[in-house]
Write a protein that binds this ligand. Structure first.
Ligand code: FMN
Length: 365
């Protein structure tokens, strides 16, 4: 495929189930810590997302399904009526700006949390602390040892994901993304480094994928498979989680969940040169969103276009970009015209609050 052909493919309309998408670009979920202290989304957040309504699909940032699942200060949540109302103003603003469908990512932090943030001891598959410090309302602190989840904790957490999924639909989202990536709770169950359980949720690959699969089933029961997406980050080490047997775990996870009719699979940090990516593409019969690996310290001058095109050639259906959307509200237009992209002002990415480095990125004139 020529570059011109793939560029036009990237920017050409497509479908996600019953939704028409204006292009194949997806705004990746990005925590920006601009919610109220209790996790309620704000009018400023509505403005931020509406500015980025040009994305074919927006996956809104990680939102916690319960107080104990809270990760960081001012992260968004969705388990009260106030949270639902807060997110509704965001989906309405994006719709009013002509945007496409929005999904909401549901994230339980597991051991990535702190009593000073949530008021509760974090819970996790096993009592193994995060091996690094964590942001709290009073600055970075050492992590605490999480409490090992009981069978009742597991059942409650699964119910919490389902309840948040129902609230998301009520708030105007087209669906939710189950976050099983980046070292948070579901990912902690997948890997041997963080999961030392000896019950049906630990040990064998089949047991370690059980929790994610049961969360997916509960969310499907709550809102339907066509509204349920899944995010994974195979082989990407973050939050002290390293996939020890990614080549076994992720194919098994996909084989267990392909055929349920999910809206999509979202692979973070995807590389078209990785044999595991090709294998996952072969297994997954539905829509695959791939989030390319870009340089960690900057957005490439082409806004990520070349990396996006390579993944489309490697079989991805949609391409998720994070920082390019963060810094460029009109990213789609810039990719269409080849206009230069804004650099990310990283110091305002998280925790600073307010509009600076959030809603004040200029559009290209
Ligand atoms: C500020 C920031 C916040 C992020 N928050 C989330 C999040 O809430 N959920 C998630 O799955 N990934 C999160 N990520 C990861 C992005 O979704 C994406 O995978 C990553 O930035 C790589 O894509 P990029 O190179 O296009 O930015 C975040 C990344 C950034 C930069």
């Amino acid at each position: 495929m020529t570059s011109e052909t793939t560029t036009s493919l990237l920017l050409s309309p497509t479908r996600l189930g019953r939704h028409a998408l204006a292009n194949r670009l997806v705004m990746a979920p990005m925590t920006r810590n601009r919610a109220e202290d209790d996790g309620t989304a704000t009018p400023l957040m509505a403005e931020y997302y509406a500015q980025r309504a040009g994305a074919g699909l927006i996956i809104a940032e990680a939102s916690t399904p319960s107080q104990v699942g809270r990760t960081y200060p001012n992260i968004t949540a969705l388990h009260t009526d106030a949270h639902t109302a807060g997110w509704r103003q965001v989906t309405q603003a994006v719709r009013a700006a002509g945007g496409g469908p929005m999904f909401l990512q549901i994230q339980h932090g597991g051991r990535v949390g702190h009593p000073d943030t949530s008021g509760l001891t974090p819970i996790a598959p096993s009592p193994i602390p995060l091996p690094e410090s964590i942001h709290t309302p009073t600055g970075r602190q050492d992590a605490v040892t999480p409490r090992e989840m009981t069978p009742e904790d597991i059942r409650t957490t699964i119910r919490d994901f389902a309840a948040t999924a129902r609230r998301a639909v009520d708030a105007g989202f087209a669906g939710v993304e189950v976050h099983s990536a980046n070292g948070y709770l579901l990912h902690q169950f997948l890997t041997t480094g963080t999961n030392h359980r000896t019950d049906g949720y630990g040990g064998s690959v089949g047991n370690r994928i059980r929790f994610t699969s049961e969360v997916i089933d509960a969310v499907i029961d709550a809102i339907g498979a066509e509204r349920t997406g899944l995010r994974i980050s195979p082989g990407h080490s973050v939050n002290g989680v390293t996939d020890t047997d990614a080549d076994a775990v992720y194919p098994a996870l996909l084989e267990a969940n392909d055929g349920k009719g999910l809206a999509y699979l979202h692979v973070a940090f995807a590389s078209p040169d990785e044999p595991l990516f090709s294998r996952l593409r072969e297994i997954w019969s539905g829509t695959l969103i791939a989030n390319p690996v870009l340089p960690t310290d900057r957005i490439p001058a082409d806004g990520g276009r070349e990396a996006a095109e390579r993944l489309l050639c490697a079989g991805a259906d949609l391409i998720a970009l994070g920082r390019p959307f963060l810094a460029n509200p009109d990213l789609v237009e810039r990719l269409r015209t080849g206009a230069p992209v804004n650099a990310v002002r990283a110091k305002y990415a998280m925790y600073t609050g307010g509009p600076v480095g959030y809603t004040d990125y200029p559009t290209h004139c």
